[in-house]
Design a protein around this ligand. Structure first.
Ligand code: ZN
Length: 727
């Protein structure tokens, strides 16, 4: 649509829309906010996004490496130039592993030596860089083993059950598993192999999952080529994230560390990733029973489970010990409420170049900080303080953010409004917004004010993506039959796997996560680089630019609101959905696609009536508060003391979902509404759900009481706030 065609329409609409309306703002402040947002959106440019992206993707920069530490200094220096304040690099001395040497050979029935390397791609100069690492997995142990090989499909517990049915034990053997079909976090695969008594785990990328069976491969398309190796860590950070040797406290220099042998999140198994090029000869030469149909892959021959005739020799030498990780922290000090913080973060470390993961997010962050610095210089300083962080070692175990969050937990609990995470900014055009339910409405509202490169508003583009995914059968729980409601647009089921974890699950902060994605088969490989981004991911850097704008506008709405835009009625209805899912045994499966755990007897052994009544009360209090807040905002300027009371009270709601004891068996994870399964999948009402699934009714009843008490506490809090508004 052209501008001239739009103009008359805009004129007609003007009288109706002249009064700006934004959740949490008085009309006058909404008008000012709109002007500030327009200014912010005008600053980031595709050229600058691309320039920054090139700086971060020029060399490999894994956590702990010289290059990654130089990039920390680069960010510090840029932020100072851009006008950020209190810029500081914080050091954490954490337990880490680096690859020293590794080899893999098949000794029988035939001889094959694995390359463990990624071949250069024609046209992609970076893929020739000699600094590219060979195949390795963070937190693998060192070792030297010669043993038979067993194909164990995706390496999930049910896969080993099937092997047992076929009379195959993996004790002392090497297991070969694939990354997906169904997907589970590689650390969960490693733990499962360890529990099964395997000597080592090899994990490979099958072309069925993210290679030529999906479409054209790099350098001709976005999917993974023959030599693609998906690196990654196998840390058991679903038990406790961060440095395994400082569980629950920060690894500041001089901190106490427990011995690595005693660390529950440190794997005790050798593990190695493979390209399909290296996996093929191993699979091709496996004997034994033919694997079931659902275990077959895209390599063009029948996969077998293995017999004792195959011999594999695997040797891994790692360098272990404490090493410094660096978190860069900067801020734009709030003009009116400097002691209220909105925290933004992105990780810096990459497995290799990090074209998508995370340097697309890092480039978007650098353009956002440039815009924020410019606004502040021009007198458009946010009311609250924006704290911006470049995390380190996310890829190893969410390490930098976890140590920082543990260090500042008390301060964050008194000051923080929310945390907004961007990990991968973009691998394609499809938007996915994630938020705790109280912030879902404001995120949807924000999306209406941004323009998607497709020509639609981001809101319309988001709806189209959600509808398409509904058709494809993804995210079915988010949809209804007649399309996608606004209330269901944001993903409110938040698992782990990125830097929001410490803020939500340990500190008790509301979190938002922003990401664009698309066809992407080079994750965590050397091919996830500048070439890939410029040919497939975001060739014009338009989505990088949009991410800077979206991230900034979302942050400014939280930083500038008169009354924080939380919707607790929306939160209540979400919690009701979580409880109803549990009651109907509609518990999300442990692994996508796996059979759903059944929870017969939940209703018989657990009385849900008090919880549902407590949710009703919380929802009513939320509705009443929503109406009172809207009325107050519409009436114009708000007394600062009243605003302070209301905002501090609303910030307390998320903290009240924390149980200081944590969920049973995982004391670090303190949130009673949100958690993560060992696979990284989201897990709602984690303590209660796990107890129900284990049919541990005493624990289930105890967890139900904890939930009921938290609901009552928050209902009381909302009622108090409401009476403050209506004395
Ligand atoms: Zn990442």
């Amino acid at each position: 649509m052209t501008l001239s065609r739009l103009a008359p329409l805009a004129l007609i609409l003007l009288p109706v829309t002249a009064q700006a309306q934004i959740l949490g703002f008085t009309p006058a402040h909404a008008t000012r906010e709109t002007a500030v947002e327009e200014k912010l959106k005008s600053i980031p440019t595709p050229d600058e996004e691309r320039r920054q992206h090139r700086i971060f993707t020029a060399e490999p920069h894994v956590a702990g490496s010289k290059r990654n530490n130089e990039l920390a200094e680069y960010i510090r220096d840029e932020w100072k130039k851009q006008g950020l304040e209190d810029v500081i690099i914080r050091e954490y001395d954490v337990y880490g592993t680096n690859p020293k040497s590794a080899s893999l050979e098949m000794l029988a029935p035939t001889h094959y030596t694995a390359t463990l390397r990624e071949a250069p791609l024609p046209g992609d100069e970076d893929s020739k860089n000699p600094a590219i690492s060979a195949a390795w997995l963070g937190m693998s142990i060192s070792g030297d083993v010669t043993a038979p090989l067993v194909y164990a499909h995706s390496g999930n517990p049910e896969d080993y059950d099937l092997l047992r049915k076929n009379g195959i034990s993996v004790k002392g053997k090497i297991v070969l598993v694939r990354y997906s079909n169904p997907y589970s976090y590689r650390g969960f695969k490693a733990l499962t192999a360890q529990r099964e008594g395997a000597a080592a785990m090899l994990v490979y990328s099958d072309p069925d999952d993210d290679g030529y069976k999906k479409g054209k491969v790099d350098p001709d398309g976005p999917w993974g080529p023959e030599y693609k190796i998906q690196r990654g860590a196998i840390t058991y950070d679903f038990m406790v994230p961060g440095d395994p040797t400082t569980p629950g406290w920060p690894s500041v220099p001089g901190a106490k560390h427990i011995p690595i042998e005693d660390a529950i999140s440190a794997p005790k198994i050798m593990a190695m990733p493979l390209s399909w090029h290296d996996a093929k000869p191993l699979l091709e030469n496996l004997d034994g029973p033919v694997a079931p149909d659902s275990w077959q892959g895209g390599l063009g021959f029948p996969y077998h489970l293995g017999s004792d005739k195959e011999k594999i020799h695997l040797k891994i030498e790692m360098e272990n010990g404490l090493q410094p990780y660096y978190v860069v922290e900067g801020r734009i000090r709030g003009a009116e409420l400097p002691a209220e913080w909105v925290v933004l973060g992105n990780h810096r470390d990459a497995w290799v170049f990090g074209g998508v993961d995370p340097s697309s997010g890092t480039a978007s962050m650098m353009e956002l900080t440039r815009a924020l610095g410019q606004l502040a210089k021009e007198g458009m300083r946010p009311r609250r303080t924006l704290v911006i962080c470049s995390w380190d070692g996310e890829e190893v175990g969410l390490t930098g953010s976890t140590e920082w969050g543990e260090q500042f937990a008390d301060e964050l609990r008194s000051k923080a409004v929310a945390y907004i995470n961007v990990d991968e900014a973009t691998s394609g055009p499809n938007f996915h917004g994630q938020a705790v339910a109280s912030l879902a409405p404001m995120l949807v509202e924000t999306s209406r004010t941004l323009n998607d490169p497709s020509g639609k508003s981001l809101y319309e583009a988001w709806k189209a993506t959600a509808a398409k995914e509904k058709e494809e059968g993804h995210q079915s729980s988010q949809m209804n039959d007649s399309g996608v409601n606004d209330g269901q647009l944001a993903d409110t089921r938040i698992g782990s796997g990125s830097d929001h974890t410490v803020f939500l699950n340990f500190v008790g902060m509301p979190v938002i996560g922003l990401q664009f994605d698309g066809d992407y088969g080079v994750y965590h490989s050397a091919y996830d680089d500048f070439y890939w981004m410029n040919h497939f991911g975001d060739p014009g850097y338009k989505y990088h630019t949009l991410m800077s704008q979206l991230w900034g506008v979302t942050a400014l709405r939280l930083a500038n609101a008169d009354l924080l835009p939380f919707d607790f009625a929306a939160y209540a209805s979400n919690v009701r959905q979580f409880v109803n899912d549990l009651r109907s045994a509609g518990v999300p499966p442990a692994v996508a696609g796996a059979s759903r755990p059944r929870t017969p007897g939940a209703e018989a052994n657990l009385d849900f009536t008090p919880i549902l009544a407590a949710i009703d009360n919380f929802e009513t209090a939320g509705r009443v508060l929503n109406a009172s807040l809207a009325k107050k905002l519409a009436a114009g300027p708000i007394d600062p003391k009243l605003a302070l009371t209301l905002n501090q009270g609303m910030m307390q709601v998320e903290r009240n979902w924390l149980n200081p004891d944590g969920i049973p068996g995982r004391p670090w994870f303190k949130h009673i509404l949100y958690g993560a399964r060992f696979t990284y999948a989201h897990l709602e009402l984690p303590g209660l759900t796990e107890a129900v699934e284990a049919k541990d009714w005493p624990t289930a009843n105890q967890q139900a009481e904890i939930l009921e008490r938290a609901l009552a506490t928050n209902t009381k809090l909302l009622n108090q706030l409401n009476s403050t508004l209506n004395p």
